[in-house]
Design a protein around this ligand. Structure first.
Ligand code: PEP
Ligand code: MN
Length: 360
């Protein structure tokens, strides 16, 4: 897939003065629910109505979607409001039905992107379509798998493509339902700067209170759009209740978000600077997370030394670490002076942690 401006042309054709906003419920539940949400969204920046019709659930027994019946409700919502409509497709049969019902934007879900077999089946079914297709990142943090899915569609002649960042699952419990791992979409953006990139804060957050901050980070990183789960009665939604927001909350959010789309030299400079600073913030956050994890291991070593009555400071081991890090530092264009300073500080913090454990 070559990098070219055409990748963005479907989005440019919308002629929006703000990032693309796709909103709507996690799942289509009833015709009345879809129509009510669509009408409420008319007062917001959302121009595309989303709803899941076939719901892939991690565990069976949860609500698995209303099926193709829901496509008629989406069509009706489009007729009544003029919004475009979007739904998830997970196999060739879904694609056929979505195309028959004139769905404007089809997206490939995170549980589908992980499987090149199914992605290929979907790509074959979409051969040459002029509909827009958005590929969610795979459940696992693997950029190649994500790009591979985009390339399969591109090679099938689907030119109106984009990607959705919805976070990555981890075994460890974090504050997120799915870890954002911002570095992965940033890498993707560097590789394909013209491939529209959309944030799905709802599935990253899993809860509504951190959706705003996620959106702001994405806008600071120059994302092209947002896909936000929206329901008039979030708490009673049939799926993903904790993470949905009301259309009214969405409306206020898009007013409060800082959007950097203006042009002009001074503004362009400010925007670029802000984007780079956000990238630095992402890295700093990662550094702290890794340092915290490193100190937890130091605590374990402290406990082990205490049990075996071994001294904390082991000079030989420490000198080995330093030597190795100075060499690795060189490979990463980091000066010896910097490596010495930073590792002395890390080592001291490690010793403090171990002392605390041993004296407990
Ligand atoms: C969804 O958008 O409702 C959904 C199922 O998302 P994901 O594929 O990101 O889990
Ligand atoms: Mn959902």
């Amino acid at each position: 897939m070559e990098n070219n401006k055409k990748l963005k042309s479907w989005l440019d054709a919308f002629g929006l003065q703000h990032p693309l906003v796709i909103a709507g419920p996690c799942s289509a539940e009833t015709e009345a629910q879809i129509l009510k949400i669509a009408h409420q969204l008319k007062d917001t920046d959302a121009t595309v109505l989303r709803a899941g019709i076939w719901k892939p659930r991690t565990r069976p027994g949860n609500f698995e979607g209303v099926g193709s019946l829901g496509l008629k409700w989406l069509q009706k919502a489009k007729e009544e409001t003029g919004m475009l409509i979007a739904t998830e497709v997970a196999n060739a049969n879904h694609v056929d039905l979505a195309l028959k019902h004139d769905v404007d934007i089809l997206w490939v879900g995170a549980r589908t992107t992980v499987s090149p077999f199914i992605v290929q089946e979907i790509a074959d079914a979409l051969q040459g379509t002029d509909k827009t297709v958005l590929i969610k990142n795979p459940v696992n943090p693997d950029l190649a798998l994500w790009l591979g899915a985009v390339e399969r569609l591109y090679e099938a002649g689907v030119k109106n493509l984009g990607v959705i960042h919805r976070g990555f699952s981890t075994y460890e419990k974090t504050r997120y339902r799915n870890n954002p791992e911002w570095q992965i979409p940033i890498d993707l953006q560097n590789r394909y700067p013209d491939l529209p990139l959309i944030l799905d804060p709802s599935h990253i957050a899993g809860r509504r209170d951190i959706i705003f901050d996620l959106c702001q980070t994405a806008l600071d990183l120059n994302y092209d759009g947002l896909m936000i789960e929206t329901h008039f009665d979030p708490d009673n939604a049939w799926s993903d209740a904790a993470q949905q927001i009301t259309p009214e909350t969405l409306r206020q959010m898009t007013i409060d978000l800082r959007i950097r789309k203006e042009e002009g030299d001074a503004i362009e400079f400010k925007n670029k600077l802000a984007t780079l600073r956000t990238k630095i913030d992402v890295m700093d956050h990662k550094l702290l997370e890794i340092l915290g994890k490193r100190m937890k291991i130091a605590d374990e070593i402290g406990a082990l030394k205490k049990k075996n009555n071994v001294a904390i400071l082991q000079t030989k081991r420490w000198n080995e670490i330093l030597g190795k890090m100075i060499l690795e530092g060189e490979d990463n264009k980091l000066s010896e002076e910097f490596i010495l300073r930073i590792f002395k500080a890390i080592h001291q913090e490690s010793i403090n942690h171990q002392k605390k454990v041993i004296n407990e």
